[in-house]
Design a protein around this ligand. Structure first.
Ligand code: NAD
Length: 495
């Protein structure tokens, strides 16, 4: 495993590790089911053993991060994903019989799921273990080798993860790297067999550009403005409890956190009061509560203050749900009287600011959401089945939870991924196994099958019969058309 000396040394190490992993792929191109299960079980045991060091490291990287949330999401999440993969791996790996075309009856066709090779994983900082170990689980299940590039904002977690994974896997199977943007650029430029990237849409574009030079396929887990749509039929206490939780979990630094709420105009005051109450019930004192997470850096905290100042300067009203420490601990800030000119409606928030907009009908909600880039998550609160169905069918978003936030993300059998600006592809569930495998078509010709009938000399009776059965006679005038094509005019154009 590597250490971060200088960017140049790190880049050399990246190239050397890729060469090592590629060689290992060639030597053992198709790990057996038992081997993959053994690796996944070893990884699960390592997560159990290292849960405290991982949680401490994540918390220290943030300044303060809820250790309960660290374990609940970053450790338990991948552990459950491993259990699901182990249970389904035999079925996922099984080659699938497919039908053969009528004129090839008697032969056989199947799809073999082959490991792609070396998968490069680039993680963000907000859930650093989920975003690195999650894709690792999928990649190992699919029989790949994996190189992971962690975020420069999670150095302690990177170090613990490196030690944990080195205990379980040799470098030619799994390797972890830290480093800043320069190392990230060099990493994305490596000729991987697949890249899984988690991060912002802006950097996602750079990753895709770098990957295109090698024709490396990409899975992009990006972000966006995920709306929470409150229907008239919703119970306000359910809505408030859920949205307050969605914004306090990791202090809103979650890709699927509700970004803004659309609320019927006559219920906005009730919504603000209920959300404030629910936040204070769960976090009475954000500064003293060790389970309340800080902003990940000074820069991220300053951005919250800048966004609020911009909104206030443009006419917004801010309801603060609690005192912060003036630095990186910031309570939920509910913003009303919001206009599209405000930065809070133009940028993904990724923090504890909650803009609330009046929305009179589900038609208005659909129009507003579909006018912007496609969000990563979509939330609907209410008991109107027609409204829920309409949103599920008509509004593009990565995923959707009805009557709460984010729980679709915790279902191991569901794919998790974005759409359009919020990403492409998924590394989870059966879709993840397939994304990180090559679906190879294998067609076996039986010895007795008269395949020679398809070869030249063309025009045999049987070929003519087949063409006649499948294509019939050409349309009238066909002969004239082919004559014209056969003899182009001297100028090269056909009039
Ligand atoms: P980011 O895009 O700034 O960085 C992500 C990773 O890319 C980091 O490891 C970083 O070092 C690396 N990187 C930065 N520039 C690079 C470059 N030019 N080439 C190669 N690598 C580069 O994102 P972030 O600030 O770490 O995370 C916040 C964003 O991530 C938000 O938009 C959020 O919605 C999104 N996110 C998405 C998911 C998801 O699953 N869809 C999960 C978490 C976060």
């Amino acid at each position: 495993m590597t250490t971060d000396h200088s960017a140049d040394a790190a880049i050399d190490t990246l190239q050397r590790t890729l060469a090592l992993q590629r060689k290992a792929c060639l030597a053992a191109p198709y790990p057996a089911l038992a081997e993959r299960r053994r690796d996944l079980k070893a990884l699960r045991l390592a997560l159990q053993r290292w849960q405290d060091p991982l949680a401490h490291a994540m918390s220290a990287d943030f300044g303060r991060r809820s250790e309960s949330e660290c374990k609940m999401l970053d450790v338990l999440g991948p552990a459950l994903q491993i259990d699901h993969a182990i249970a389904h791996l035999r079925q996922w790996m099984r080659s699938a019989r497919r039908g053969v075309d009528w004129m090839f009856l008697g032969n056989s066709a199947r799809v073999v799921y082959q490991p792609k090779g070396v998968v490069g994983v680039i993680a963000a900082w907000n859930f650093p273990v989920v975003e690195s170990v999650g894709p690792l689980v999928a990649a190992l299940a699919a029989g790949n080798r994996v190189m992971i590039k962690m975020s420069e904002f999670s150095p302690r977690c990177t170090e613990v993860l490196r030690r944990m994974l080195a205990e379980v896997f040799p470098e030619e199977q799994v390797a972890v790297f830290g480093g800043g943007v320069e190392v990230g650029r060099a990493f994305a430029a490596l000729p991987f067999d697949h890249i899984v990237f988690t991060g912002s849409p802006a950097v996602g574009r750079e990753i895709m550009r770098a990957a295109s030079a090698n024709l490396t396929p990409v899975t992009l887990e990006l972000g966006g403005k995920s709306p929470a749509i409150v229907g008239r039929s919703a119970s306000m206490s359910t809505v408030a409890r859920s949205i307050a939780h969605g914004k306090l979990f990791n202090s809103g630094q979650a890709c699927v956190a509700p970004d803004y709420a659309l609320v019927p105009p006559e219920r906005i005051d009730e919504f603000v009061a209920a959300t404030l109450r629910e936040f204070q019930r769960m976090v009475p004192d954000p500064v003293k509560d060790p389970q309340y997470t800080s902003m990940a850096s000074e820069r991220h905290a300053d951005r919250v203050r800048e966004l609020l100042a911009d909104a206030v300067a443009k006419g917004a009203t801010v309801t603060s749900c609690g005192a912060g420490d003036g630095a990186r601990i910031i309570a939920l800030q509910i913003v009303t009287n919001v206009s599209p000119r405000m930065r809070i409606m133009q940028e993904e928030l990724f923090n504890p600011i909650l803009p609330v907009l009046a929305c009179d009908s589900i038609d208005d909600a659909v129009a507003l959401v579909t006018a912007g880039p496609r969000p990563l998550a979509l939330y609907y609160y209410g008991s109107d089945a027609d409204e829920a169905r309409r949103l599920a069918r008509d509004v593009h978003a990565g995923g959707m939870t009805i009557n709460d936030w984010a729980w679709h993300v915790f279902q191991c059998d569901l794919p998790f991924g974005g759409s359009g600006n919020s990403g492409m592809g998924s590394w989870r569930g059966p879709e993840g196994f397939r994304a990180l495998s090559h679906a190879k078509s294998v067609f076996t010709v039986r010895r007795w099958f008269p395949i020679h009938l398809f070869r030249p000399p063309y025009g045999s009776r049987i070929q003519q019969l087949i063409m006649k059965i499948f294509l019939g006679h050409g349309p009238a005038g066909d002969a004239d058309a082919s004559a014209t094509l056969a003899e182009p005019s001297p100028g090269g154009s056909s009039r």
